[in-house]
Design a binder for this molecule. Structure first.
Ligand code: BES
Ligand code: MN
Ligand code: ZN
Length: 503
């Protein structure tokens, strides 16, 4: 939506557009009153108009004619009682949408007084939410637009570079942080958006190497013979049918001073560059959109960007991306195959479309055996069932460790990326038992699919290691323009994981 968004200091910044907020009770705070005075009553006149309702995100404009002819955006903040920091993300996005239409190059937010009076949002958190709202809204991929895009002219429509300032020191710090976190989420979205003929397995590995070079992470890619040597059988088998060969990408963040005091946190991402279903081929239109079956890995990629550039925690963080393309050929793995994993667990394949859990299993075993993790969190577009259960509002979350769940809960509060806990139980683990091997990759009884996925994965995590599995199949993309998102990838998980490491 914007070419770029840059925070600038508020002092001396003469922005052509000022933004103030108004709750449903339409009371002006001191800043509003001052602006009203200097605009010759234009603000109070605008508020008196019927179109000014104070509803969250509703905008009316006032004009302050004079020397520096300024426009004032008066944006609704909703009811005082229900207002939260999260409201501000959508409010900032509403302002952003207006600015994109009016093609303004600078905006100044003045919400200090209003929010102080509301006592609902700490300045840093409020500034951050505004930065996130604008930064997330600003994302749009034009890379695949060609000569027929735009207004009948050459190339995509021109976009403005926006500068943003905000009143208040803590607000400004928050704003910069919010914009930076949104930039990390937007990196995730760029990967997600890239089509599968370009975002092949080796392309993903290249992106990881580049990220490492850019941000000082270290990167190692396991492929070919190394996969064999390390017996990463899930990746080998799921990836067999594709000419784009599977790999496991390992990114590592090391804090200044080495962070030796702490065990690493391990983040795991399902990174299926395309999911045809394999020989259990997806039917009807079920395949469309499966370029986004890499979004767990993309979220972890974005989180590593945020960890290296924004959060900089004092503990090591390891990311493992299980990268493969689930395709078909005469070399494809098949229903009825049996795989023996490096932890000794044997798996009977009943459905080659339940492939994500097979590659995640490799990464989870690896994490437990090789990384000595403090805890593990995996993100995956694992099941259509979680979309049926929770829609696009909450991700499905599985975690039996109270402390890790509390951490994830705090991260959900600050990031606004919400999850809902689903159950783990021995009965679900029993559902995965196979008559000929240890377990099946999918029970054909069609029950509790998201939980089956988690139950399957639990066979590959050592019970003493805290672990959370988050099924993001419902939240990784948006099917319409709404709030701070445009139709397309949401970057879900990047900010949740960044906040998880910010504790
Ligand atoms: N990648 C899909 C899950 C998915 C579905 C993601 C819709 C995003 C949107 C996954 O690999 C899959 O095919 N899952 C199957 C599992 C089943 C075969 C046990 C599903 O959910 O139908
Ligand atoms: Mn599948
Ligand atoms: Zn899949």
């Amino acid at each position: 939506m914007f070419e770029s968004i840059r925070p600038v200091p508020a002092s001396g910044h003469k922005s052509p557009v000022n933004v103030i907020g108004i709750f449903k009770d339409k009371k002006l705070d001191e800043a509003g009153k001052a602006l009203d005075k200097s605009s010759g009553g234009a603000v109070s006149a605008a508020i008196a108009r019927g179109e000014c309702t104070g509803e969250s995100g509703r905008i009316v404009e006032a004009h302050a004619p004079g020397k520096n002819d300024r426009r004032i955006i008066i944006v609704g903040l909703g009811k005082r009682e229900t207002f939260t920091v999260g409201t501000l993300r959508a409010v900032a996005a509403a302002v952003g949408r207006r600015l994109a239409v009016t093609r303004d190059a600078g905006v100044h937010f003045d919400l200090e007084g209003t929010l102080k009076a509301a006592k609902k949002a700490k300045p840093g958190a409020a500034g951050r939410a505004i930065g996130e709202g604008l930064g997330l809204l600003g994302w749009k991929s034009w890379r695949f637009k060609g000569t027929a895009a735009g207004n009948g002219e050459n190339g995509p429509p021109k976009r403005t570079s926006l500068t943003v300032s905000i009143a208040g020191v803590e607000f400004a710090q928050g704003l910069a942080r919010g914009l930076a976190l949104a930039a990390s989420a937007n990196r995730c979205r760029d990967l997600s958006e890239t089509p599968p003929n370009i975002a092949t397995t080796s392309w993903i590995a290249d992106q990881a190497r580049r990220l490492a070079r850019e941000t000082g992470l270290s990167c190692r890619v396991f492929e070919g013979k190394e996969l064999e040597k390390e017996r990463l059988v899930g990746l080998i088998n799921v990836g067999k049918a594709s000419e784009n060969k599977p790999c496991m990408v390992r990114l590592e963040y090391t804090p200044k001073g080495g962070g030796k005091k702490h065990k690493p946190v391990v983040l795991v991402g399902k990174t299926m560059t395309y999911d045809t279903g394999g020989l259990s081929l997806k039917i009807n239109n079920g395949m469309v959109g499966m370029k986004r079956d890499k979004d767990g890995g993309c979220a972890v990629f974005g989180a590593m960007h945020a960890i290296a550039t924004v959060v900089k925690p004092d503990r090591p963080v390891v990311a493992l991306l299980a990268v493969a393309e689930n395709s078909i050929s005469d070399e494809a793995y098949r229903p009825d195959d049996v795989l023996t994993y490096r932890n000794g667990v044997t798996v009977e394949i009943t459905n080659t479309d339940a492939e994500g859990r097979l590659v995640l299993a490799d990464a989870l075993i690896w994490a437990c055996e090789k990384e000595n993790p403090e805890y593990i969190v995996d993100l995956a577009t694992l099941t259509g069932g979680v979309v049926t259960a929770l829609g696009s509002t909450f991700a499905g979350m599985f975690c039996e460790d109270d402390r890790l769940r509390e951490r994830l809960d705090r991260a959900m509060q600050t990031s606004g990326e919400r999850w809902w806990r689903l159950p783990m139980d021995p009965e679900y683990r029993d559902m995965m038992k196979s008559p000929i091997a240890d377990i099946l990759n999918s029970n054909p009884n069609r029950k509790a699919h998201p939980i089956q996925g988690a139950a399957f994965l639990s066979y590959f995590v050592r019970p003493e290691i805290p672990w959370a599995h988050i099924d993001i199949a419902g939240v990784h993309a948006s099917d319409s323009d709404s709030g701070c998102f445009v139709k397309g990838p949401t970057g879900w998980g990047t900010r949740l994981l960044a906040d998880l490491l910010d504790q």
